[in-house]
Design a protein around this ligand. Structure first.
Ligand code: PLP
Length: 383
């Protein structure tokens, strides 16, 4: 079956009791057992270790990526944490994309480093640098591509080969492109990580995450961490996310087309210093972005001439776009990563990896593109 059929139907069967076409929200703590000897006969015992509404979303995510099993989490960062705790012990070393979600960087440097885990943040666009960062105790590679917020891309197949040779796990944060546009497991990665908050929900309604695993062994290791640390997704969030998933490909197609038009408009504007969008020929990794994904997504960034001051003026005055964190929803959002999403990254590290002060991040939504461009045009005229 094709992706559009699967995003609607996978994981869902009519409710056996009523025929309800949507999986009900199983709002329950516990599940009554038929007898001591038949404990777990129906598959559920207590909602920290499993809930049918959450399971329906997990089965959908597994199917969409032709994976083996998935684990949904309360947040995207909890999914990142679940994968890290599953494959890192004290004394182990992990290689992480040097540009990654700010919360991932903070989790490594401020929390897991306290427990004796060592991290190297490496330029994922440079496979030689990735290979050179390898140590005897490297057990996990976590790459994010395209990366939040610089859009830097990592060669998923290339890093997967290095990881496989080293006997390490390669997890890819695939939040920006979703399995509709990019399929890390088919490129050799072991785990895809999602903030379902973004394109899977798609409506600015929920916070959630998922780890989609190629092997049952990895899935069991991640689920064990989840059950032990308690970072579960709620049934309401799973239900809303399951509804959002049904239109994911349509939203991504339309939002990406809007993003392409906006990127081209910005590139031709004389008040714009630079634009970064993987679908532009001027994007430094245009070839890689085109070869490992079937779409370019709906995230881009640009810098206004005049840097931070001009950028702030634009973000404070623009119509239609909301000044807010989050991305991937139908509403277009504009964000200043240095003060908002990536404030936890130290200035020196931000400069090293290219998160410049004037970087304006745009999550392109589903509005009429003419309205979005007009709003940008008006805001740029004011700076
Ligand atoms: C938002 C985001 C996260 C964190 O997800 P939450 O749902 O906010 O916890 C992780 N990775 C990427 C790439 C993100 O954009």
């Amino acid at each position: 079956m094709g992706f559009k059929t699967r995003q609607i139907h996978a994981g869902v069967t009519p409710d056996p009791l009523t025929g309800s076409i949507l999986t009900p929200i199983y709002q329950t703590t516990t599940y009554v057992q038929d007898s001591v000897d038949e404990y777990l006969a129906k598959g559920y015992s207590y909602s920290r270790s499993g809930n049918p509404t959450v399971r329906a979303l997990e089965l959908k995510m597994t199917d969409l990526e032709d994976a083996t099993d998935s684990i949904c989490f309360g947040t995207g960062i909890a999914a990142v944490q679940g994968v890290m705790l599953a494959f890192l012990n004290a004394g182990d070393h992990a290689i992480i994309s040097d540009v990654a979600y700010g919360g991932t960087y903070r989790l490594c440097t401020k929390i897991l480093s306290r427990f004796g885990v060592e991290f190297t943040f490496v330029d994922g666009s440079n496979l030689e640098a990735v290979a050179a960062a390898l140590k005897d105790n490297t057990t996990l590679f976590l790459t994010e591509t395209p990366a939040n917020p610089t859009m830097k891309c990592t060669d998923i197949a290339g890093v997967s080969k290095i990881a496989q040779k080293a006997g390490a796990v390669h997890a890819v944060d695939n939040t920006f492109l979703t399995p509709y546009f990019q399929r890390p497991l088919e490129l050799g990665a072991d785990i895809s990580i999602y903030s379902t908050t973004k394109y899977m929900d798609g409506h600015n309604a929920t916070i959630g995450g998922a780890a989609v695993c190629a092997t049952q062994e990895h899935a069991d290791a991640v689920r064990f961490i989840q059950g032990s640390t308690g970072s579960i997704m709620s049934p309401q969030v799973a239900w809303l996310t399951s509804q959002g998933c049904k239109t994911m490909s349509l939203r991504l197609d339309a939002q990406s087309a809007n993003a392409m038009a906006i990127a081209e408009y910005l590139e031709g504007h004389d008040k714009v210093e630079q634009v970064s969008y993987p679908g532009l020929k001027s994007f430094p990794q245009y070839e890689l972005a085109s070869s490992q994904a079937t779409g370019y997504g709906a995230m881009l960034w640009f810098e206004v001439k005049g840097g931070l001051t001009a950028g702030k003026k634009l973000m404070d005055n623009i119509d239609v776009f909301s000044l807010a964190e989050n991305l991937g929803s139908v509403e277009s959002l504009i964000t200043h990563p240095v003060t908002m999403t990536h404030a936890a990254v130290e200035e020196a590290e931000r400069i090293r990896v290219g998160i410049i002060d004037g970087l304006v991040r745009v999550s392109v939504g589903l509005e009429d593109v003419e309205d979005l461009i007009e709003a940008l045009d008006k805001a740029l005229a004011q700076v």
